[in-house]
Design a protein around this ligand. Structure first.
Ligand SMILES: NC(=O)C1=CN([C@@H]2O[C@H](COP(=O)(O)OP(=O)(O)OC[C@H]3O[C@@H](n4cnc5c(N)ncnc54)[C@H](OP(=O)(O)O)[C@@H]3O)[C@@H](O)[C@H]2O)[C@@H](O)CC1
Ligand SMILES: Nc1ncnc2c1ncn2[C@@H]1O[C@H](COP(=O)(O)OP(=O)(O)O)[C@@H](O)[C@H]1O
Ligand SMILES: [K+]
Length: 503
């Protein structure tokens, strides 16, 4: 599914209406029907609050549908300065002629508005959509406050009124929706964490604009779809043997952090790698060797040899933020430069990222693929921005870092951002039930494994993050929290189910 900002939505609408010739009234009708589909029609009394633009026009059309269904409907509208565009005017006039109760909002009608909001089963918010153009002040601000204080349940049409659909920021006052029915594409601003409390549940509804029209206006930003993830799961050849499914070298684990090494290694095995080898720091090497079953082990003295044999190196979980970790990373990079080539991939996670603080320039001239999997704290160390700055613009931060350093960035957390600097995939799966130590180690092993099985690094990162969160969501249905080891146990079953579901 595409992600769109205001300008892209305008361009999509323009192409659909002007170039293709789909009447704007048809789009408005489809938008209204999509909203009605998301209303609880067992309820009896609806209040629809309409603004002056096309968002208000959607609201007038919604009110008509509710009236046709014999629902009790009250429409309140901003009348002052109204100069409706054609489709909005048409829908306004129809309601007038039908005799649907319509009240212009003013100081004098505020009392009856408030009482209607209190009585309504559902309030439909169609004051402002993508066209919000300046700070919301004075009267409109008061109208939004009344909605927030007095309503039982609010459906926002396209955008919670007063929210900037590009940034998710408040323009002064924002409606607190219980559900936002947004049209055609996920709005970029909805992905910002500060938007989330206002959005309620998000339903993205198609309104009759064909995919190729969207594609003409797109900016290379997508939400990872279930169908895309299913299509990326590698197909295992009947005659395949372990040599066909990738040799993954995991460089992980030091005193106090042996779990990270085991989790990462086992995640790679469960995701389907042919051969997985663990190389850890000397002080924990013996104890880790005893705990490995399917994986092989490699003494750190032999790191260079191990790298030269591997297709993929996953570097960093539990290695410790020490100079020796940086030295090991340099050795891995040197060895991959000498022996590697384009087929090799280096995934750097956790302490592998921490030791890159102020040294990220070493990433820019490498002959092999690099994937970085930072959480926000690690990203902050890498790029020098504060965690707050990054969280405010996760897509742009990840994208520009990836572009500048010629690597793939997986910026973890709710709505993980995966980007190679050119295209962006935002991951919709996963939840805070997964916010536990070890989860990121499992993700690193999964992505590394998928690279070794032949996926392009960007594809591996997209599928790995989707799958990791998808399994977390499945397990969280019955659990308060999900452990990394539970994710690992569930990987093969979930991959099989996802793969079968695409047939
Ligand atoms: N185009 C299509 O094909 C389709 C579009 N669709 C729908 O159209 C919506 C976009 O419509 P839109 O562009 O008319 O903008 P919209 O959000 O209604 O707001 C503009 C109005 O608000 C006013 N206004 C702005 N800021 C303000 C402020 N701070 N305080 C006060 N007033 C303010 C502004 O006033 P003005 O600046 O003109 O004075 C203008 O009157 C979109 O979200 C979707 O719902 C669907 O029907 C499907 C097909
Ligand atoms: N609220 C959340 N929503 C979705 N995914 C989450 C959430 N919290 C954590 N996760 C996922 O769990 C993993 C945690 O990784 P990380 O913070 O690196 O943990 P660790 O380093 O302890 O292994 C990441 O993949 C992250 O996206
Ligand atoms: K709205």
């Amino acid at each position: 599914m595409r992600i769109a900002g205001v300008e892209m939505m305008r361009e999509i609408d323009r192409i659909a209406v002007e170039e293709i010739g789909i009447p704007a009234s048809v789009l408005m009708e489809n938008a209204a029907i999509a909203c009605v589909r998301n209303l609880d029609l067992t309820k009896g009394y609806f209040v629809v609050v309409c603004g002056r633009g096309n968002n208000g026009g959607d609201g007038f059309a919604i009110a008509r549908h509710l009236y046709c269904m014999d629902k009790e409907v009250d429409v309140f509208y901003i009348s002052e300065g109204s100069d409706y565009k054609a489709e909005t005017r048409t829908n306004f006039r129809i309601l007038k002629r039908l005799g649907v109760p319509m009240t212009p909002l003013s100081g004098e009608t505020m009392w009856s508005f408030r009482e209607a909001l209190k009585d309504a089963d559902v309030v439909v918010d169609s004051l402002l959509g993508t066209g919000v153009a300046r700070p919301v002040r004075d009267f409109l601000r008061q109208v939004i406050q009344e909605i927030n204080i007095n309503s039982r349940f609010v459906l926002s049409v396209d955008v919670p009124s007063g929210m900037n659909a590009d940034t998710g920021e408040s323009m002064g006052q924002v409606v607190d929706a219980d559900i936002t029915v947004t049209f055609q594409c996920m709005k970029r601003g909805f992905l910002n964490y500060e938007a989330m409390p206002h959005l309620g549940k998000i339903a993205v509804e198609k309104i009759g604009i064909p995919g190729p029209v969207e594609a003409k206006a797109e900016k290379g930003e997508y939400l990872t779809d279930h169908s895309l993830a299913c299509s990326l799961i590698p197909i295992r050849d009947k005659t395949g043997f372990k040599g066909n499914y990738g040799k993954v070298l995991v460089v992980a684990g030091s005193q106090g952090f042996t779990g990270a090494a085991l989790i990462c290694t086992e995640a790679a095995i469960s995701t389907g790698s042919g051969l997985v080898t663990l190389c850890s720091r000397e002080e924990v090497f013996q104890s880790l060797v005893l705990r490995l079953k399917e994986a092989m082990s490699l003494h750190p003295d032999k790191l260079e040899d191990g790298v030269s044999r591997a297709d993929v190196v996953v570097f960093g979980p539990g290695l410790g933020n020490f100079d020796v970790t940086f030295d090991m990373l340099l050795l891995v990079i040197k060895s991959m430069q000498e022996n590697g080539g384009r087929s090799k991939t280096l995934l750097i996670d956790a302490d592998g990222l921490n030791v890159l603080k102020d040294r990220t320039e070493i990433l820019t001239h490498l002959d092999f693929n690099v994937i970085l999997t930072p959480h926000v704290g690690e990203m902050s160390r890498l790029c020098g921005l504060s965690a707050e700055e990054i969280q405010k613009s996760r897509i742009d931060t990840a994208r520009s870092f990836a572009l500048e350093h010629k690597c793939i960035v997986v910026l973890k957390g709710f709505n993980t951002v995966v980007t190679d600097g050119s295209v962006v995939y935002v991951n919709p799966t996963g939840s805070s039930a997964m916010a536990q130590g070890g989860m990121g180690d499992a993700l690193a092993g999964m992505i590394g494994s998928l690279c070794g099985q032949g996926l392009e690094p960007l594809e591996a990162a997209v599928l790995g993050t989707y799958l990791h969160g998808y399994i977390g969501d499945e397990l969280a249905g019955e659990r308060y929290v999900v452990k990394a080891s539970e994710i690992i146990d569930a990987i093969p079953g979930s991959m099989k189910r996802l793969q079968d579901s695409r047939k």
